[in-house]
Design a protein around this ligand. Structure first.
Ligand SMILES: Cc1cc2nc3c(=O)[nH]c(=O)nc-3n(C[C@H](O)[C@H](O)[C@H](O)COP(=O)(O)OP(=O)(O)OC[C@H]3O[C@@H](n4cnc5c(N)ncnc54)[C@H](O)[C@@H]3O)c2cc1C
Length: 264
């Protein structure tokens, strides 16, 4: 049986509004930024141009398409969001202008679902306002990223703190992030291999968190970093979700984020 991907009239209207916004508003500014090489020649004008685009997206109700209306978003479901991401990514700055860029977009979903009220105020709110950058640190050079049960970055409790040691790479946005969601192994012998990991929110910069380098990829050099984690101490209130729930949290995060990535 064929799958029906057609959108309702109302959602087709949203898709077309985003297409028009990208083509008529974002693309001309982007072309100007690139032709004048503003990022290198005039950082102030560059920042101003981008912030004006974001203000316009907000004004036009095209802000946070993936977030519920109660959190200032457009409240779209996964199919609609897939269409929106594809339209937004018709030009380079599109997703960022709508504030639905990776990896912040996936971290927003995750914080909304897994965060305590305090964590939502401290970490989710600034992302929604466009005032923070974040990263998600799971993949490791020593083991296959396809299977997070193999993760070796490990944490042990010490009083009210956890002490973390390990090695991550391909961590998008780590270069500029104000916090990371870090996945580490905390359980030695869980009943299920998928119950060994726990997520922690790490304020950055932090002692014990060292960026080794930014890795060149086919995506370019926009910052997928290798990170060394050495005796990084984090208070237990920075745990995101419960002990042993890091794998589940990762799957919850990566499902919609992978879909959004593909569409972009
Ligand atoms: C641009 C970019 C940005 C990224 N951003 C992030 C990020 O922000 N945070 C983060 O944590 N990670 C990030 N990653 C890492 C990404 O999640 C991993 O690359 C991915 O999970 C695959 O893991 P791997 O690279 O270790 O490859 P591997 O898991 O080693 O896989 C290599 C190949 O082997 C195959 N394979 C693996 N295991 C098996 C098996 N058991 N049987 C058969 N075949 C197998 C795979 O299908 C694949 O073809 C990023 C990667 C890139 C390229």
């Amino acid at each position: 049986m064929a799958i029906d991907f057609s959108l309702s009239e109302e959602l087709e209207d949203v898709r077309l509004r985003i297409r028009a916004f990208i083509d008529d508003v974002v693309r001309p500014v982007e072309d100007h930024i690139e032709s004048e090489r503003l990022a290198e020649t005039d950082r102030r004008a560059y920042g101003k141009a981008l912030m004006e685009l974001r203000a316009k997206a907000r004004e036009d109700g095209l802000w946070l398409p993936h977030m519920p209306a109660a959190w200032g978003g457009m409240g779209l479901g996964h199919v609609e969001l897939a269409m929106v991401q594809a339209e937004a990514a018709r030009c380079r700055f599109g997703p960022w202008v709508l504030n639905c860029q990776a990896p912040d977009e996936g971290n927003m979903h995750t914080l909304l679902h897994w965060g305590t009220d305090d964590q939502k105020e401290r970490y989710l709110r600034p992302l929604l306002e466009g005032n923070a950058w974040s990263c998600f640190a799971m993949t490791e050079p020593e083991v296959a990223g396809s299977d997070p049960t193999l993760i070796r970055t490990a944490g042990y409790p010490d009083g009210e703190e956890w002490v973390l040691n390990g090695h991550k790479w391909f961590i998008s946005n780590a270069h500029r992030a104000s916090f990371a969601i870090l996945i580490a192994r905390t359980e030695d012998d869980p009943e299920l291999p998928q119950a060994a990991n726990t997520a922690f929110i790490i304020d950055l910069p932090a002692d014990g968190w060292t960026e080794v380098r930014q890795i060149e990829t086919m995506h370019g050099s926009t910052g997928h970093s290798e990170i060394l984690i050495e005796d990084l101490r984090v208070h237990e209130r920075q745990m995101l979700g419960g002990r042993g729930q890091g794998h589940l949290l990762g799957q919850y995060r990566l499902g919609p984020a992978r879909l959004a990535h593909c569409m972009r």
